[in-house]
Design a binder for this molecule. Structure first.
Ligand code: ADP
Ligand code: ZN
Length: 217
């Protein structure tokens, strides 16, 4: 199974991807998670990208493409791309990789979401520093304030989840990534899923779509 999950920041890509990858045994290739891990380690790649990520700007295409290509090469079991491609150039690089490897994308899914909902969701999002579990102060609060239900580690706010940076990320999405939707709509098996419902309802629909794509392949 090879799939791409498109959607604005806060549409629920990360939450859904984690569940789907466990269910279908694909590698979860989430560029934002990969960059945050490198930034945390203060690796050369982390130092190179941290300013972009913190400000809500895109990391340069060449850097992202090199990273994703190495992950695709290492994921023969199939993959779900979460947060990539985000620009026309990245989409072209992905096409080139597919062509060179004689592979195709089984499904492209857009998680759609209204902008005002996104801002509220992201500014109330909290992430576990230990296991990466995601909580939301409004809709999915932890049992104990500031502590992960799963592993007990402290919850933190991503430093790009402040209101000003969220708005910046939305602008970048609308300018650079939204135009990819029409490209994928025409070239691939494309599904538009309403991300504004409960996470469980969204998961159910996504499992149905990917399940059918597996059978059809
Ligand atoms: P979200 O989708 O919620 O904005 P991500 O975790 O996917 O969050 O991405 C966080 C940040 O990482 C982005 O704002 C950007 O700086 C960087 N990033 C992630 N994926 C890409 C990409 N494909 N191209 C360029 N920058 C990226
Ligand atoms: Zn945890």
């Amino acid at each position: 199974m090879r799939a791409v999950l498109l959607g604005a920041p806060g549409a629920g890509k990360g939450t859904q991807s984690k569940i789907l990858c466990e269910r279908f045994g694909m590698a979860h290739i989430a560029t934002g998670d990969l960059f945050r891990a490198e930034i945390g380690k203060k690796s050369p790649l982390g130092l190179k990208v941290q300013d972009y990520v913190q400000k809500g700007m895109l990391v340069p295409d060449s850097v992202v493409i090199e990273l994703v290509a190495s992950k695709l090469d290492a994921s023969a079991q199939g993959w779900l791309l979460d947060g990539f491609p985000r620009t026309h150039e990245q989409a072209q690089a992905l096409d080139k990789w597919l062509e060179q490897n004689g592979q195709k994308i089984d499904a492209v899914v857009l998680l759609s979401m209204k902008e005002d909902v996104v801002v509220r969701r992201l500014t109330s999002r909290r992430t576990c520093g230990g296991c990466g579990a995601v909580f939301n102060l409004d809709t999915r609060p932890p049992r104990e304030e500031g502590k992960c239900d799963a592993c007990g580690a402290a919850l933190t706010q991503r430093n790009d989840d402040t209101e000003a940076t969220v708005r910046k990320r939305l602008m970048v999405f609308n300018d650079l990534t939204a135009p990819l939707i029409s490209y994928y709509k025409h070239a691939h098996d494309f599904y538009d899923v309403d991300g504004g419902r409960s996470p469980e309802a969204v998961t159910k629909e996504l499992e149905g779509i990917l399940g059918a794509a597996v059978k059809g392949a």
